[in-house]
Design a protein around this ligand. Structure first.
Ligand code: SF4
Length: 324
């Protein structure tokens, strides 16, 4: 996190491993402006692990996965929060921080998983499977969360499913996360057909090629990847779990089967680890830039609002998860 009186020049040391010197001058004007605007507006920037390093390491105050962002944001004294991530994350931040102004720099920053399901789809699933509890991944809109019994993240999904004490559970919307959890529990999991367009593109053949090209490489996969990819990896876990794995095990060479910027951001913290980077970009995450973060703070755009009735029910599903 930048110290309160950091300057762009003093921040370059953090990112010199992943941003070439020739590219750096293109960022400095926006970084200086954003640091000043944050002080003026008592604002904080929440950046997801998939944001580019000049955002993640140079202007963000809070970093992590979507839930960690919203939870950590509950502990800071700020009037304004800018969510450097996608729209459902901004909604989750607003749900948990209803009294604060939450801004998203680009309203078009969506998500293929969140877009794969609507509130009426959830209601239809309930009609089809009466009495079966609905567990919804946090990568969904507030309106879908509002139709759910409880939320989960990729890190706590197994614990949430087993906490319900039910023989069958509907798990929405990520088919692969549901299947990866089904492989670890006796609870019958009824899945939906949603996929993350970044993680669904990885294949076991990719891992075979990486292992052949980089003998001894440790392969970490996100549980939004297809089950065959998770089976072929050395470890599967959320972005936070992958980051912890690298910190704890310090593999000589590692590959993260997830969005590209995650490798850059973890690499900055671990100069002794060699990162192999197969690159799958999330086009939604990449809509967020220093330039539109600056505009968001200058113009107070775009303010995230949630219908109060929807917010109350969605918050209940998130809070039930937090209580497990
Ligand atoms: S990486 Fe996948 S799950 Fe995350 S925002 Fe992009 S499309 Fe959605």
């Amino acid at each position: 996190m930048p110290a309160p009186f950091s300057t762009a020049a003093s921040l370059y040391d953090r990112v010199r491993r992943v941003i070439p010197p020739i590219e750096w001058p293109a960022f400095t004007d926006d970084i200086e402006a954003i640091l000043a605007l944050k002080r003026e507006r008592n604002a904080v920037i929440l950046a997801h692990n998939y944001q580019t390093p000049e955002i993640f390491h140079c202007v963000a105050d809070i970093v992590g996965d979507s839930l960690a962002l919203a939870r950590k944001a509950m502990t800071v004294d700020a009037d304004v929060m800018v969510l450097a991530g996608v729209h459902f994350m901004a909604e989750t931040a607003k749900l948990l921080n209803p009294g604060k102004t939450v801004l998203i720099p680009d309203l078009g920053a969506g998500c293929s998983l969140a877009d794969s399901i609507t509130p009426s789809d959830v209601r239809l699933m309930r009609q089809r499977y009466p009495g079966v509890p609905v567990v919804t991944y946090v990568n969904t809109s507030a309106a879908v969360k509002a139709e759910s019994d409880i939320c989960c993240t990729s890190g706590n999904a197994l614990a949430i499913v087993e906490s319900l004490g039910a023989p069958r559970v509907i798990m929405l919307p990520d088919e692969y996360l549901a299947k990866n959890i089904a492989a670890q529990t006796k609870v019958e999991i009824i899945a939906w057909k949603g996929h993350c367009e970044v993680h669904e593109r990885f294949s076991p053949a990719d891992i075979g090629e990486l292992r052949a090209a980089h003998p001894g490489v440790t392969v970490l996969a996100h549980p939004e990847c297809p089950p065959e990819v998770v089976a072929a990896a050395d470890f599967a876990g959320s972005t936070a779990a992958m980051s912890d794995y690298v910190a704890r095990h310090r593999p000589a060479r590692v590959v993260l089967m997830t969005e590209c910027s995650m490798s850059d951001n973890v690499a900055v913290e671990h100069p002794d680890v060699d990162f192999v980077r197969p690159c799958n970009l999330c086009p939604h995450m990449k809509r967020i830039t220093l330039a539109n973060i600056r505009t968001a703070l200058e113009q107070n755009s775009h303010v995230v609002t949630i219908d109060p009735h929807v917010a109350e029910r969605a918050r209940r599903a998130v809070e039930r998860m937090l209580a497990v």
